[in-house]
Design a protein around this ligand. Structure first.
Ligand code: F6R
Ligand code: MG
Ligand code: MG
Length: 365
C-alpha cells in the first residue's frame, strides 16, 4: 500500500513570546484536519507542537508535493492564525510569508518533510521536530544513524544494512544537490555536512533496496524571505527497524547535546536538548534549542501512536548535560562561538554601526 507521510509545520503565533503554542491554536488545527479526514483526503493525522511551532502530521495517498495536501496545511495555518490573532499571540502568522496560496507551501514559509513509501508489514516511523534551531541540525544525527558504525552497529552486523546508505545533500545557498554513498564516500560527505549552515542532509536512501529512509525539511526562512522573518525550526521523518536502523539506533545520536545555531534571536549557538513534547517550552534565554520525537507504527496509513520517544528516563543525563553546556555557552555573552559568526546572525546592528562609525575608522598605516 502506497502511503505518503507529510509533516508540515509553521510558527503561527507564540504563547508566551516565542516559548510555546496555545492550546486553542492546536484545537483549531485538529478541527481542520478532522474535517479533511472526514472528507477522505487524509487517511489519518496527528496535531502536535514543538515549542512555538504547530506540527501537522498527516498520512494520505496524494503523493509528495500534492496541491490538495499543501493547501490543506496552508488553510489550517491561516485558520490557526485567526485564532492566534484573536488572542494576540506573539508573532501571529509569522511564518506565512505570502498572502495567497499558489499550489505548494514550499518557499512560502512553512517547513515540509514528506516521503511516499510502500508500507512495510510493520512500518515504524519517528517524526523529529525541533525548535530554536535550523535545518542543518539533523546533519550530525542523520550521519550517526545511517553511517556511523559506532552508533548503528546494524551497519556492521545486520546483512540488510551492510551495504550502507546514500545521502542526498543540499547546498542551501547555491540551490544544488549531490548524492554521496557511505561507507566509501564518508569523508567526502563529512566535508560538506560538517558545515550545516550551508549543506544540509535532505534525504537518506537504502543502498540495498533504494527505499527512502529519512527526509528532512531544508527550508531556510531567512534565505527565502531575503531578510529575517522567522525561524526555520526544522522537522525530519525517519523510518526504523528491519532494513533501517533500529529505534534505539535512531534515538541514540541525540545522547549528544550537539551545538546548533538558532538560540536567542536566531543568533546564538546552543546545545540541542532532547525533551518530551510537553517539555518543548524553551524559556531560558529563549532556549536552549529543543528536539522532540513522536513515534508511530503505521497500519494501512493509520497512525498508531504517538509514543513520546524522548520522555524516556534514559535521556535525563543528556538533558542535565545540555543544561550544563547551556550555562557554559551563556557565559560567553555576546562573544563567538556562543554568538554566531557575523554573516549568520538573524539580528544585527552592523550595517547601522558601520555607517555611523565610518568616519572614525582610520587606516592602520
Ligand atoms: C524566535 C526566537 C526568539 C526571538 C526573540 C526576539 O524563534 O528564537 O529568540 O528571536 O524572542 O523576538 P522579537 O524580535 O520578535 O522580539
Ligand atoms: Mg516564534
Ligand atoms: Mg519556533
Amino acid at each position: 500500500m502506497h502511503i505518503t507521510l507529510s509533516l508540515i509545520k509553521a510558527d503561527i503565533g507564540g504563547y508566551v513570546g516565542h516559548s510555546e503554542s496555545h492550546p486553542n491554536v492546536l484545537a483549531k488545527a485538529d478541527e481542520c484536519l478532522a474535517r479533511a479526514k472526514g472528507d477522505g483526503l487524509l487517511i489519518d493525522y496527528h496535531v502536535t507542537k514543538c515549542g512555538d511551532d504547530l506540527q501537522l502530521i498527516m498520512t494520505h495517498q496524494q503523493g509528495e508535493d500534492s496541491e490538495k495536501i499543501h493547501k490543506l496545511a496552508w488553510d489550517t495555518f491561516i485558520e490557526g492564525t485567526e485564532v492566534a490573532k484573536s488572542l494576540k499571540l506573539y508573532g501571529a502568522g509569522q511564518d506565512l510569508l505570502s498572502d495567497a496560496f499558489s499550489g505548494n507551501v514550499k518557499g512560502m514559509g512553512p517547513g515540509v518533510a514528506e516521503m511516499e513509501i510502500e508500507e512495510r508489514v510493520s512500518e515504524t516511523v519517528i517524526m523529529f521536530m525541533a525548535d530554536k534551531t535550523s535545518a542543518g541540525a539533523w546533519n550530525l544525527p542523520l550521519y550517526k544513524m545511517f553511517a556511523d558504525p559506532f552508533n548503528t552497529i546494524g551497519l556492521v552486523i545486520a546483512p540488510n544494512m551492510h551495504s550502507g546508505f546514500t545521502f542526498e545533500v543540499h547546498d542551501v545557498k547555491e540551490h544544488k544537490k549531490i548524492s554521496l554513498n557511505t561507507p566509501e564516500e564518508m569523508y567526502d560527505l563529512l566535508s560538506f555536512i560538517g558545515a550545516p549552515s550551508r549543506y544540509t542532509v535532505k534525504a537518506v536512501y537504502s543502498r540495498e533496496t533504494g527505499e527512502i529512509a529519512a527526509v528532512s525539511s531544508t527550508q531556510r526562512l531567512a534565505l527565502i524571505a531575503g531578510r529575517y522573518v522567522g525561524k526555520d525550526d526544522p522537522v525530519c521523518i525517519v523510518r526504523a527497524q528491519a532494513q533501517f536502523p533500529a529505534v534505539g539506533e535512531v534515538m541514540e545520536p541525540f545522547t549528544l547535546p550537539l551545538l546548533v545555531e538558532g538560540w536567542m534571536r536566531g543568533s546564538h549557538h546552543g546545545p540541542l536538548m532532547p525533551v518530551a513534547i510537553a517539555d518543548s517550552t524553551p524559556t531560558r534565554f529563549d532556549g536552549p534549542p529543543r528536539v522532540t520525537a513522536a513515534g508511530f507504527q503505521l497500519s494501512g496509513g493509520k497512525l498508531i501512536g504517538p509514543r513520546d520517544m524522548f520522555a524516556d528516563k534514559s535521556f535525563d543525563a543528556v538533558r542535565e548535560q545540555a543544561n550544563q553546556i547551556a550555562d557554559y555557552m551563556r557565559r560567553h555573552g555576546p562573544f563567538e562561538p556562543h554568538r554566531l559568526p557575523l554573516e549568520e546572525m538573524e539580528y544585527t546592528t552592523m550595517p547601522e554601526l558601520m555607517e555611523k562609525l565610518a568616519d572614525r575608522f582610520v587606516d592602520l598605516d
